[in-house]
Each structure stands twice: as C-alpha cells, then as structure tokens.
Ligand binder design. Structure first.
Ligand code: GDP
Ligand code: MG
Length: 681
C-alpha cells in the first residue's frame, strides 16, 4: 500500500522545521532566520507510521519569484501529496494567510496548523479558531510547536482528514467551493472565463483548474508554457485580462493581491481579537532601535563579531584547544609506546604514527575552536539578530551589486561553503544568485581555521587576533572587489529589491543551539576520520616512496617531492618555493584541513611546537602571510565545487568560478609577497 504523503508548507520562519521535528522526532536545524531550510526533508510521523511528511522550503506565495517557490509548487503539482499541512504563524496571521489562500486553490485536502499560539495567548489576544475554520472551509488546529502543544490534536486531525478524502469533485463544483466565496467581481469573472477555456489542458496535465486559471490571470509564464495553449486561446485570455485590468484600474498581479488582502482583512477582523501587540513584538521594537539604527547598526555588528572572534580564539576556544592538543598528544604517545611494545615493524609504526595520527590529530585538535565559534553564531542566528544584520547590510550590499539577501549565503559561508552555495536559492533573480555563488566562497569557511591556527602559532603568536581579522577582512574585501568587477562585466544590471521580514527576537532554544554545535562537531570529526584520514595515508605513502617504489630515507627524494617541485615553480613568485608548501595547497582541494595534515605529515612533526619549528624552515613571515592570503581565497574544496556546479547548472560556469577564485588568490598573494619582501626584508 502506498504511504500517505503529507506535505508541510508555510512561510519562512513560521516554525515549519520545529513542527517537522516534533512530528517526526528528527533533529533538523531550526533557526530564527528566514532562509535556513533549503533542501526538502522527509520523515515518518511518530504516532502515524503510515504517513510520510515532507518539509518544503518556506515561501510567501505560489508565484514563481524564487526558485524555492518553484520547487514547492512543482512538488505539490507533480508529487500529488494526499494532504497539505499549512503552518500559519498566528502572530503574523495576515501575511501568512496570503499563502493559505493560494494553497487552497490546489484542491488538496488541507489542515491549517495555527502556530505560535503561546505568544498570542501570552499577549492577551485571541483567535476564534472555529470561525476561521468555517470561513476557510478547512480544519484549523491551534498549536505551539515550540512548546510542544497541540501536536496530538494535529495528528488526529490529519488522520481524520485522510480518512475523509473524497474522490475528486467536478470542475464546476470546485469553482463554486465555499472557500472561494471571497473571490468576487471582475477577478472572479476573469477566473471563471479563463477556467472554461483551459479546462481540457489543465486536466491533461492534472493541474488543479482553479489554480491554473488564477495563475493565467496573474500572468504566470511557467504555467502558460506548460499548458501549451493555442494562439487563439491566448488572444482570448489576453483580452479577458485586459478588460479586467481596465475595469479595476489595477494591473493583473495587483488585482489578485488586492482581492486576497481585502478578504484577509475582513477575515482577520471577524476572527482575531487583537488587544495588544504581542510582548515579543514590543520587545523586538525596542531592541531594533539600537540594532537596526541607521548609523549604529553596522558598528554594533562589527563590535559583536570582533567579540565573537576574540572569545573564540582567545579565552574560551584557545584554552579548550590547548587542552585538546594535550589530550591528542597523550593518546598518540600512548599508542606509539604500545606499538613499540608489541613490536610492530618500523614502517607500520611510521605509517600509523607519522602518517595517520599526525595527520588526523593535527586537525582534530581544532575541534574546540569550531564548536565555540558555532556556539556563538547559532546564538546570534537563533535570537533573530542575523536577520537584522541582513537588513542593515542591504544598502551597502546593493552598492556593490549584491542584494541584502546575498548576506544569508555569505554568512553561512563562514561556516561552510556547501550549504552557503545552496542557500543562494533564496535569491529571486538569476543574476543576484550567480554573483552570490561566485563570491560566497571568499567568506573564510571554518575548515580553514586550522590553517590560520597553524600559521599564526608559528609566525605571529603575539598577533593572532590581528592576523585573523586581516585574513577574514581580506576575504570580505576581495568579495567586494569581485562583486564590483562582475557587476561591471559579466553581470550587468541591478539587484532585485530586497524584502526581508524581521522576525521577533527570541531567546535561543538551548536544545537547538546544542544540536547545531553537535552537527558541526560531527561534520568536522567525520571529515577528519574519512577524507583527512585517507589523504594522510596517501600523503605519507607518496612521501615515503620514490617512483621505483623504494622507501626513501629522506622525503626530499620521494615521488611527492618530485611532483611538488614541479608545482613549486608556479608558486615560487608567491614565496612558496618549498615543495611541501605547494603540495599542501593541492591536497587542500580535497578538504581545507588537509593543508594542515599534509604539512604535519610532510614535516614529520609530532607536536604543534614541532610543526611550528618545521614551518620556520619552509616560510619566512612574509611568505607565510602570503600563504594565508592564498588559502583564504583560492578555489574551495571539491564538495563546494560540486555544489557550485550543481547550482550554476554547468561545468563551464563552475570552472570559470574556480579559475576566478584561484586567480584572485594568486594575484593577491603575489602582491602581498612582493610588496612585503620590499618593505620588510
Ligand atoms: P521555519 O523557518 O519555518 O522552518 O521555522 P523554524 O522552525 O526554524 O522556527 C523559527 C523560529 O520560531 C525559531 O526561533 C523557533 O524556536 C521559533 N518557534 C517555532 N515554533 C514556535 C512556537 O510555537 N512558539 C514560539 N514562541 N516560538 C516558536
Ligand atoms: Mg526551517
């Protein structure tokens, strides 16, 4: 038997993921930030095993303005879910119902989950759920996903709705369903007239008739194309729309929006008793007087980020990292002693200790930094602050040809470029989206932290914070310059205006913050024990043998040294003459942490102090800094490259992007090294 397919649709930030987790018992990431959920997620409802639940991207309408709206729409039109759950943020009911009205047109049995009722109740407001349900013609269940209230009622209602699924009604019946009573006047006439013209086409595609007709009134090109209408029919439809526009004095999209909002206004007047602004809202307005202040906004943001970096690398993260290093060193020593005591052969000992343990260990000791950084970032995100930053940065970003919405991917880019590149899907114009994908990897991802840690410990131990700020700043600066360059050349035109709704500030949920940290830690450890593990073995092998497969005494005679030496000619102008430096850059393409594990395997360093000493022979302070600059900017790891290719849609464009990034890295490192040598050497 086919499982019941239930789709969860709603506005961004309405609590969709929270509800999804409650219903399925899974642990998806929750954020008080529009645009966090990008991929579609699936799960089984806990006490309703016959049903599969799909969490769709958050959207505001069913018009094809963003690729997420298209994804959602296509899923509903082609995946034929049996039931829709429409989650509605009760504290923001007007805007949320705008989507509900459109979902109703899809002729799929629907249940409205009226979320955030805890906030509505706390502020002394109330909603007449029964009346709302009668008016809309679908069950409405008040819930609070965050507080785990009303979830059982919701599941019961779902079961009931599934049991009562009726065979499809006739087209005429559908057009006359009570929930469409709001549709009146000129628009109503246009929808009906067009419905009769396209009836057959819609049936052939299994598109809901009313939805199809409405989209044609709106002028939705994707639907127009899908229907493949005859030219005569198109002409008639154009006439109908034109006369509607004339009669109303509104253009087609505005006419529909106006009709929907007029109805919602009426509905809300009847069903919602709003005595007070919700407390959360009042509190948010107060906080926003500072955080989104015209002049203070950006300085406050910079101060907060500086504090975050200071705490991450200094008192908190730094201390934890030292502890971790000690622990890792202790484990390696113990293992080494054990291997000696059981008398393993020299080469196996070397492989395990010098190859694997040093490689993986050098990366693992950075775990505390990553976890601490993500602790702070998820606090900022979950509280709702990051949405303010996007708002504050919008103006600045528009000057360089990006939109405020580009800020979301760029911010996620500080964690990892892969989800960052995917989250660019929230951008509505192709131009803005592509530009954002190209510049996002310049935001230094967390896998690069170990590289910065390694270099600063060796060369700039007194100025760690300063160097880090310079490095992160460099990434941002190059992103800005690149955006300006792209805007003048490949991507001419203006960014699409940016509408971001500011969610109320909320106290971050401890469970969600811990979850986020755990996810990052897990990710990092998995990489360390898979990619880095394999890369370390490979590097150890390549540096222990020569091309005739004889073990070499000095790694300078190994095959890796040979390959690295060829490469180092390319990098010599940047000051990386040593073959080990250029080899590490290449292995860094598998994963950025690999730069560190490669260097520690190649220098045979058994401790961080040993690695620092070895690096002194490879770099001068100036070339070390140039090396840092190169690693911030050059092409991201293979996983991010694959994501770029997927999102840009072609290998050619992905290659262009990688070349562009690596070219930028080369030029910047060249300038830094040459200038630095002139000034300091
Ligand atoms: P999504 O963008 O629709 O997936 O929304 P999320 O599930 O990420 O939730 C957005 C924010 O709303 C998070 O900060 C949640 O903690 C919060 N939230 C979700 N449900 C509730 C609720 O019932 N009450 C309150 N007060 N907050 C909630
Ligand atoms: Mg979500």
């Amino acid at each position: 038997m086919r499982k019941v397919l239930i789709a969860l649709a709603g506005n961004q930030n309405s609590g969709k993921t929270t509800l999804f987790n409650r219903l399925t018992g899974s642990n998806q990431h929750v954020g008080n930030f529009p645009g966090v959920t990008v991929e579609r997620k699936e799960g089984t409802i806990k006490s309703y095993k016959e049903a599969t639940l799909v969490d769709l991207p958050g959207i505001y309408s069913l018009s094809p303005y963003t690729s997420e709206e298209v994804v959602t729409r296509d899923f509903i039109l082609e995946g034929h879910p049996d039931v829709l759950i429409n989650i509605v943020d009760a504290t923001n009911i007007e805007r949320n119902l705008y989507l509900s009205l459109q979902l109703l047109e899809l002729e799929i049995p629907m249940v409205i989950a009226l979320n955030m009722m805890d906030e509505v109740n706390a502020s002394g407001n109330s909603i007449d759920v029964k009346k709302l349900s009668d008016k809309l013609g679908v069950p409405v269940v008040p819930i609070s996903a965050g507080k785990n209230e009303g979830i059982f009622d919701l599941i019961d209602t779902l079961k009931k709705t599934v049991r009562e699924i009726k065979p499809k009604q006739s087209d005429d019946e559908i057009l006359k369903m009570p929930q469409f009573d709001f549709c009146s006047g000129e628009v109503h006439r246009a929808i009906h007239a067009i419905a009769h013209i396209v009836e057959d086409h819609a049936r052939r595609l299994q598109y809901p008739l009313r939805f199809t007709a409405t989209k044609l009134v709106e002028g939705d090109e994707l639907i127009e194309q899908a229907l493949a209408l005859h030219q005569d029919d198109r002409d008639i439809i154009d006439k109908i729309v034109q006369s509607m526009e004339q009669a109303l004095g509104l253009d087609r999209e505005a006419a529909l929006a106006d009709m929907r909002y007029t109805y919602i206004e009426q509905l809300v007047k009847e069903c919602v008793v709003k005595r007070n602004e919700t407390l959360a809202h009042v509190r948010s307005e107060k906080l926003d007087r500072i955080f989104t202040h015209k002049y203070l906004g950006i300085p406050v943001f910079i101060m907060i980020m500086l504090a975050v970096f200071y705490l991450t690398f200094g008192p908190i993260g730094g201390t934890l990292k030292a502890l971790m290093e000690e622990g890792v060193g202790y484990v390696i020593d113990a293992l080494s002693a054990f291997l000696v005591s059981v008398g393993v052969s020299d080469w196996l000992h070397a492989l395990i200790i010098d190859g694997i343990c040093n490689g993986v260990g050098s990366v693992v000791s950075f775990l505390p930094l990553i976890v601490v950084l993500f602790f702070f970032l998820s606090l900022l995100e979950d509280s709702g602050y990051m949405a303010r930053v996007a708002f504050v940065m919008d103006k600045a970003l528009r000057k360089i040809g990006l939109s405020g919405k580009s800020f979301v991917p760029m911010l996620i880019g500080f964690g990892c470029s892969v989800p960052a590149i995917m989250s660019a899907r929230t951008l509505s114009s192709e131009r803005d989206r592509k530009m954002t994908i190209i510049v996002t990897p310049f935001m230094s991802c967390s896998a690069k932290l170990p590289i910065y840690g390694m270099i600063t410990a060796a060369f700039f131990p007194e100025h760690t914070a300063l160097v880090l700020i310079a490095v992160y700043g460099l990434g941002i600066l190059v992103a800005i310059v690149s955006a300006l360059l792209l805007k003048r050349t490949v991507f001419q035109g203006e960014p699409i205006p940016f509408v971001l709704e500011l969610p109320n500030y909320r106290i971050p949920d401890a469970r969600s913050v811990v979850l986020h940290m755990w996810e990052k830690a897990k990710d990092f450890l998995v990489r360390a024990f898979t990619i880095i593990f394999v890369a370390s073995i490979l590097i150890w092998f390549l540096q222990s043998f020569d091309f005739t497969l004889h073990m070499v005494a000095d790694s300078g005679e190994s095959m890796l040294a040979q390959l690295g030496t060829w490469l180092s000619h390319i990098f010599a102008p940047l000051g990386f003459e040593d073959w080990r430096a250029s080899t590490a850059l290449v292995t860094g393409i598998t994963a950025k942490e690999s730069v560190v594990s490669t260097l520690s395997v190649l220098t045979n360093a058994t401790s961080d102090a040993g690695l620092s000493a070895a690096l002194m022979n490879i770099f001068t302070p100036v070339s070390a800094f140039a090396y840092l600059c190169f690693t911030v900017l050059y092409m991201p790891c293979v996983a991010a490259f694959a994501a770029t290719k997927r999102e840009l849609g072609s290998m050619k464009e992905a290659m262009f992007t990688a070349l562009f990034q690596t070219g930028a890295a080369y030029i910047v490192a060249l300038i830094v090294y040459q200038l630095g040598t002139l000034l300091f050497m």
